[in-house]
Design a protein around this ligand. Sequence first.
Ligand code: WT7
Length: 685
Amino acid sequence: MSDDQQLRRSKEQQTADISEAQIAVHWPEEDYFSPSATFIAQANLTDTSVFERFSLDRSPDCFREFADLLDWYQRWEKTLDTSNPPFWRWFVGGKLNACFNCVDRHLAKHKNKTAIHFVPEPEHETVQHITYQELFVRVNEFAALLRDFCGLKAGDRVTLHMPMVAELPITMLACARLGVIHSQVFSGFSGKACADRVVDSESRVLITMDAYYRAGKLLDHKEKADIAAAESAKDAHKVDKVLIWQRHPGKYSSPTKLVEGRDVIVNDLLRKYRGKRVEPAHMPAEAPLFLMYTSGTTGKPKGCQHSIGGYLAYVTWTSKYIQDIHPEDVYWCMADIGWITGHSYIVYGPLALGASSVVYEGVPTHPDAGRPWRIAEDLDVNIFHTSPTAIRALRRDGPDEPAKYNYRFKHMTTVGEPIEPAVWKWYHKMVGKGEAVIVDTWWQTENGGFLCSTVPAIHKMKPGSAGPGIPGIHPVIYDDEGKELPAGSGKAGNICIRNPWPGGFQTIWKDPDRFVAQYYARYCKDRKSKDWRDWPYMAGDGAVQAADGYYRILGRIDDVINVAGHRLGTKELESAALLVDEVAEAAVVPAADEIKGKVPDLYVSLKPGLQASKEIANRISAAIVSEIGAIARPRQVIIVPDMPKTRSGKIMRRVLAAISNHQNPGDVSTLANPEIVDKIKELVK
Ligand code: WT7
């Protein structure tokens, strides 16, 4: 593709009819809250000279400090290689192993300390406290199985479709030990969605679990592996082996039969590998650690490829200084490991620092809204990390619950979506008991770790604002014409990062063109330049910067909807809807939701002569759940007689979004069919 074509393609991809940022709620600037003296007294980072140390003109060399938190087999020669922009290469020449850094290196001092607290959803089941020594043993045995039974070696990809159980980090770390690239798919995604990722990553091995608990039910998960394998086969890709962990070791908990010659129960097979040890592979810093698929503007999810050295250095530094994790802390991030938050801030960051990390299997409000606070009390959790959606749900279902439990958080995080000041204040007062410092961290799957946040012991907090760029991150806001908005202008524009940072993804798996087009083409100053200063990274979010330098994120500027802190591509939903025979056209728009932030509303028109019915609407909804997963289920499926269209036949999503959000759709007189607007309004009422 030529530069021009790429640029055009990226522009096309980035002009959504209606974006989240456009329907964002703009709340007024809030007053500051200060971190407590007690927090500051123990914090890892209180020295304000850090911002000088990480000033733009010290980039990229300043990031050496990040890599120095890791153990290297061989030190790197070059901090940043920019010879092939924007494919940055960090810590070139260095060799390390991520598993060694998260497990082995802690044994000398901390082998008897809990690495992972696994909290099953059923409250009567005992919590498992897995020490670093036990983690070491289990990771080694499983790594031996992957190597000797599956024949996996460095560079191979493996798809994991696992729930929130201790076996998930064990599996990831075993892969990392061998240099095998893991690709964990969120367990709530459907078998079909899993298959798309198996095929794209060309995984020959799929690792899953028979069943898991969610909202009080033991769900059959193994059935999704069968669907994934069958759907992959349709794409001429064969899954050779399905490895199945047992949720209840020693007992198979799924009604779905095993497939001879393909399916293996891990717990049985592991007996053969008892006592086995596997030397960690000495991996180049630049080798990929994992793929994490995320939604974009096209129907196809993109595999974000993260490196071993840069990524691990980035999550370790940010865990230490933004999460303020000390080795003696008990840290609980309530995200799912199936998302980037869990990779970076449940598994790799906290374990690299030798902390104890909590893995909770189930729903935060199960069996009641006191559950998280009971867990915090029992395990003496002192750092807590969750999403605005979870906070809103806990606030709705149990506003006074936290006060009933005797736990004390020193630090709390919010991530994934904008948080309303009222919700922030409840989090601060009730959950944090007025003591815990809060960081509102803005970042994305592509970024590896936090981009904007306050530094907890240095900055004041401002409800509803993420904060400035973290040390080493230099954001800038551009307008649509590519002009920089003046710092602190309070005007909305597209937020970009001026400089490369070690946690940034390396490419989109098998799609380097899309990588360039989507993230760099729009604001690149000179396509021939080898100077990173000419290549700002475009995040795809609308943002404003206040006079104090704090950024407030408004939402996506593209065809992506952030539902409960998780990204859904509108095109993915639309193509799923179009699989239903009766559907002629489909359009998805974001609708504001009290708990989930945004939810998708789906508008469809049927093929000529067909009558709208509840039954068709239900089938469309079901198609989306089976193609993508329950998180994509539309709030409503609205069957319209016709879509509002421009004269050139383009569906006006802007009008539909206005209707869904009870806003004024504006001037519709230029539509080809303006009369349809009132008819649709009637249907949505
Ligand atoms: C999108 C990235 C990376 C963590 C989980 C989400 C939105 C993320 C914030 C925040 C406002 C936020 C952005 C971003 N977002 N954090 N603190 N305030 N919005 O990862 O699925 O890659 O989604 O989430 O719109 O682009 P993701």
